[in-house]
Design a protein around this ligand. Structure first.
Ligand SMILES: *[C@@H]1O[C@H](CO)[C@@H](O)[C@H](O)[C@H]1NC(C)=O
Length: 999
């Protein structure tokens, strides 16, 4: 026992760094650093130059010394360090600056001993528990950042006693309690950042108005309630004021117009009311004002545009009235003006755009009348012109045709008339040209050949005339061409058949003629073809049957002749209509059933096993016009009799049924969103427990094979009455959203979702409702869910190319929900089990069980009180903010990408405490990329697989701001394949598309 004692002492002494070691030349500071290194888990090879044989640590990675060789600063940001905070660092007597940000340190932060620190950055680590109260005792601390950890509990009262602190950031933690008023006594503060913490609801302390030196006050998403204290107006050095995404009420205090240094004011997403005070215009440095998504009313104050540096003004989604002030036309720096979803009226300033370098103008969803300002693009900078849903009149200005930077033009639903200026058709960067529902005239100009980026051309319901120019075949990116409800004439140009990206061709209700196109094998992506109610002649081209994804085919109301090609049996059509033509012959057997009756009506020569078709003759006589006329009359008469009969029968049946069922209360009603050929009873008959193919949080899913052979998936929602939208009560009382609140039931939501049309979104066919039950009927996806296939023995079916395609498909579906739907839709439960695979393994995003529309009638929901999402997919910030937005979906999508790459489920006992994201990160850190990749994949694609892995990790970033918008994700995924050699473009955050916009 006694013999051990000296040894033990020796060990203790060595541990404390007291004994000279072989590296006796190394300074004491260096020894402390080596102790720190030993206490940490350091990745292989890192800090290799922290070498005990050096004389001083001054050349070591991350170390800074003063002239005398004493260590004064240590910076090891992003070094993959793990383990507890290395307390030995605090023994370095002159260590003033310590940056250990973006590591995995935790759980405790024992920093109290670091008396010399002036600057401490522990942001983005794994610290938990209460904030270290002793930090306030560091006498010289100027800068403290603890953001991006999991600190919890209230801000300790000791934080009122910092002596010199200038910058305090606690952003993105799990802090509770109210935002404390005592922070108002840290009078040295320049910067106070507390955003994104789940504080208890509480007021914005007026004491903060006493922080005279404050430059930045960032309190976004801090659960603030009540009014903005006018005392904030005393902060004369304040440049940034961000109180966004709270529940602040009452008016904007006029005192804020006294913030003489202010550059940026962000008050969006609160419940502020009353008028915008005048006086902001005299603030000389003001660049950005965002008051969007409140309940502001009254007129836009004219002086708001007088701030000489004002660049960005967001006032959208309020209840503002009156005209856009004429002063807007004089704003010399204004780049972005978003005023959509208000009640603005009057005319736009006639000179708007002549003097301002406008890049984006969005005045959609107002009641603005008068003309589009002639000079709107005189400065040539305009990229987005969004004016849909107003009462604009007059012509589209010629100047738009010279507006070469335009990317998005949305003027639909106005009263514009006159010819569309020719050059507008050919703008080189325009991706979306939406002019539908106006009174526009003229022809689609051949200059459209220059529209190299046009993907959506929507000009429906106007008075366009002339032919579709053959130059449209040069618009290689065209995805949608909708020109229904015009007076277009002549044949379809054969060049249209070469458009490989075409997904929707919608030309019904025109006067087009000639034969249908034959050479259409390029139409690999065409899903919707609607040529109804034109004057097309000739036969239905059998090639239509080869279009791989066509699901909507309407050729009704033409003069087509010949047989229905048997090749059409290859199609999986949701809508099929060739009625009211002059088709003849036998129907293909698959279509010769009662279910398709409506598809073939009004073709007197057509025969099949459908009563009413081809009643007596075999169609030979059908070629004689008189006969056709007679047949039609007879047919119409018969139809009328039938309809009346059915109506009578139905009426009788209903009263009978009513009497019978009033006791049972089992009245189902079917609301269909696509043409369906079944009834609620067909569906109900199929809901057999034997047919259950899945079961989830929101309900059970059945595969229903209907009488007509059609297969659909039916989701039976659990539980009783449909849930009211949680947020309707809390902010539904302003006039603007009253209607939305009243209509915000489940039904409205389903209806919104039913309008979604995208190839990568599962189609909701109809919805059956009963007092307390709901059935949702979807298109059936034969290969089930990605999760099921990937995490079962069937995973072998998914080779890399298939997985890559699935990733891209799902990304496109989500991108559509986030960025093309108005209002945007957050899925809220993205996971591999909600990505369904069709027969060709194309992927569709499914299950909007918990999806919410992001903006309803100009109000953004505050937070969703129902827990959304599934284990392993939930974005970290959700745990404490309980707020979901697009960014939470993007995180979940990142997890799906990791699943595709690793073949592993999101949570697995193999990962221990970790989830898939953490497991992937730590495994890559320790062992590199190879061990995380699914060994079943063909490693000749390793380069591509690694890049998708990288995208998955970016999407699953712990900080929402680092997650790219879905559109960007789509692009990044496309680039994975598009470039043989990696092009290392930085994955910057594309925030233009994330900004509020009605697009
Ligand atoms: C406000 O800023 C100015 C200029 O930077 C500075 O001189 C002044 O001391 C600051 N005021 C306060 C109260 O800190």
């Amino acid at each position: 026992m006694g013999a051990f004692l000296p040894l033990l002492l020796l060990a203790v002494a060595a541990n404390a760094g007291l004994l000279p070691t072989p590296s006796h030349a190394l300074t004491q500071d260096g020894l402390h650093l080596l102790d720190a290194k030993r206490a940490l888990t350091v990745p292989d090879g890192a800090l290799a130059d922290w070498n005990p044989t050096s004389a001083t640590p001054c050349a070591w990675t991350g170390v800074t010394c003063d002239a005398a060789g004493a260590v004064t600063a240590l910076s090891l940001a992003n070094a993959n360090l793990a383990g507890p905070f290395p307390a030995s660092l605090c023994r370095i007597p002159l260590l003033a600056s310590l940056d250990l940000s973006a590591n995995y340190l935790g759980p405790e932060a024992a920093v109290a001993g670091c008396k010399a620190l002036t600057r401490l950055d522990l942001s983005v680590n794994s610290f938990v528990g209460p904030l270290p109260a002793a930090l306030a005792g560091l006498p010289d601390l100027l800068y403290l950042s603890l953001e991006g950890n999991n600190f919890s509990g209230p801000i300790p009262p000791s934080f009122a006693t910092f002596r010199k602190l200038q910058s305090l950031s606690l952003v993105n933690n799990l802090l509770g309690g109210e935002v404390p008023a005592f922070l108002g006594s840290v009078s040295t503060l320049h910067e106070l950042n507390l955003s994104y913490n789940p504080f208890s609801p509480g007021p914005l302390p007026s004491s903060l108005g006493g922080l005279a030196a404050l430059r930045v006050l960032w309190l976004a998403s801090c659960n603030l309630v009540g009014p903005i204290p006018p005392s904030l107006g005393r902060l004369r050095n304040l440049t940034d004021l961000d109180l966004s995404t709270n529940s602040l009420t009452g008016p904007i205090p006029p005192a804020l117009t006294a913030l003489t240094s202010i550059v940026q004011i962000e008050l969006y997403n609160n419940s502020l009311s009353g008028a915008i005070p005048s006086g902001f215009g005299k603030l000389a440095d003001l660049r950005s004002v965002d008051l969007a998504m409140n309940r502001l009313s009254g007129a836009i104050p004219a002086d708001l545009f007088e701030s000489p540096k004002l660049e960005t003004l967001h006032l959208y989604s309020n209840a503002l009235t009156g005209p856009v002030p004429d002063s807007a036309a004089k704003a010399a720096s204004l780049v972005e003006l978003r005023l959509f979803a208000n009640r603005l009226n009057g005319t736009l300033p006639a000179d708007l755009g002549r003097a301002t370098p406008l890049v984006c103008l969005d005045v959609s969803d107002n009641a603005i009348s008068g003309e589009i300002p002639r000079g709107i693009c005189d400065r040539g900078e305009l990229e987005e012109l969004l004016m849909l849903n107003n009462a604009l009149t007059g012509r589209i200005p010629d100047g738009l045709g010279r507006c070469h930077r335009l990317r998005r033009v949305r003027l639909s639903n106005n009263r514009l008339d006159g010819d569309v200026p020719g050059a507008v058709w050919g703008l080189p960067h325009v991706a979306l040209l939406e002019l539908n529902d106006n009174r526009l005239t003229g022809e689609i100009s051949p200059v459209i050949a220059g529209a190299a980026n046009l993907s959506n051309l929507v000009v429906s319901n106007n008075r366009l005339t002339g032919r579709i120019p053959s130059e449209i075949g040069s618009v290689a990116k065209l995805y949608e061409f909708s020109a229904d409800g015009n007076m277009l004439s002549g044949p379809l140009p054969s060049s249209l058949g070469g458009l490989a990206e075409l997904g929707r061709l919608v030309l019904h209700n025109n006067s087009l003629s000639g034969q249908l196109l034959r050479g259409i094998h390029s139409w690999k992506k065409l899903s919707e073809l609607n040529l109804a109610d034109n004057g097309f002649t000739g036969a239905i081209p059998p090639e239509l049957g080869d279009l791989p994804v066509l699901n909507y085919l309407d050729l009704s109301g033409n003069r087509l002749t010949g047989q229905v090609p048997v090749e059409l049996e290859n199609l999986k059509l949701n809508q099929f209509n060739v009625s009211n033509n002059q088709l003849s012959g036998q129907l293909p057997p698959q279509y010769a059933t009662e279910a398709y009756r409506g598809s073939f009506l009004g073709n007197p020569g057509l025969c099949g096993d459908i009563a009413g078709l081809c009643s007596d003759s075999r169609g030979r006589a059908g070629n004689r016009p008189g006969f056709v006329w007679m047949m039609r009359s007879i047919f119409i008469f018969a139809a009328v009799v039938l309809v009346l009969g059915v109506a009578w029968f139905y009426w009788r049946y209903r009263s009978f049924k009513k009497a019978k069922l009033s006791a049972e209360r089992s009245k189902w009603t079917l609301t269909s969103f696509h043409k369906v050929s079944f009834s609620e009873h067909d569906i109900l008959d199929c809901l057999d427990e034997d047919n259950v193919i899945g079961s989830g949080a929101s309900g059970k899913v059945y595969k229903a094979v209907l009488g007509n052979g059609e297969v659909v998936a039916v989701k039976k929602l659990w539980g009783a009455a449909p849930k009211k939208k949680d947020d309707a009560g809390s902010n539904g009382d302003n006039e603007g959203s009253a209607a939305a609140a009243a209509d915000s039931s489940f039904d409205a939501e389903v209806r919104t979702l039913s309008k979604i049309r995208h190839k990568n979104i599962v189609k909701l066919l109809c919805c059956c409702t009963h007092d307390d039950s709901k059935l949702l009927v979807y298109e059936y996806m034969p290969n089930g869910s990605l999760g099921d296939v990937l995490h079962s023995s069937k995973a072998g079916l998914l080779d890399w190319s298939t997985r890559y395609k699935i990733a891209l498909d799902a990304a496109e579906g989500l991108s559509y929900l986030h960025q093309d739907c108005v209002p945007a839709i957050v899925h809220r439960d993205v996971k591999s089990n909600n990505i369904l695979l069709d027969a060709e393994f194309s992927a569709c995003v499914a299950d909007f069980g918990v999806a919410k529309v992001v903006e309803t009638a100009g109000r953004a929901p505050k937070s969703m009180s129902v827990i959304a999402g599934s284990c392993g997919y939930i974005a970290p910030e959700y745990a404490y903010t309980l707020r979901v937005n697009e960014k939470s979906d993007i995180y979940s999508f990142g997890v799906v990408l990791l699943e595709l790459v690793t073949g592993k489920p999101p949570v697995d006992p193999e990962f221990g405490e970790k989830d898939l994201v953490k497991w992937v990160c730590s495994t890559i850190d320790q062992k590199g990329v190879e061990p995380v990749l699914d060994s079943r994949l063909d490693m000749s694609f390793k380069e591509e697989i690694s890049r998708v892995l990288n995208i998955g990790l970016i999407c699953a970033s712990s900080l929402p701001i680092n997650r790219p918008a879905m559109r960007r994700v789509v692009k990044m995924l496309q680039e994975v394949r598009a470039e043989a050699r990696p092009k290392l473009e930085p994955y910057y955050y594309d925030d233009t598309s994330d900004q509020g916009s009605s697009v």
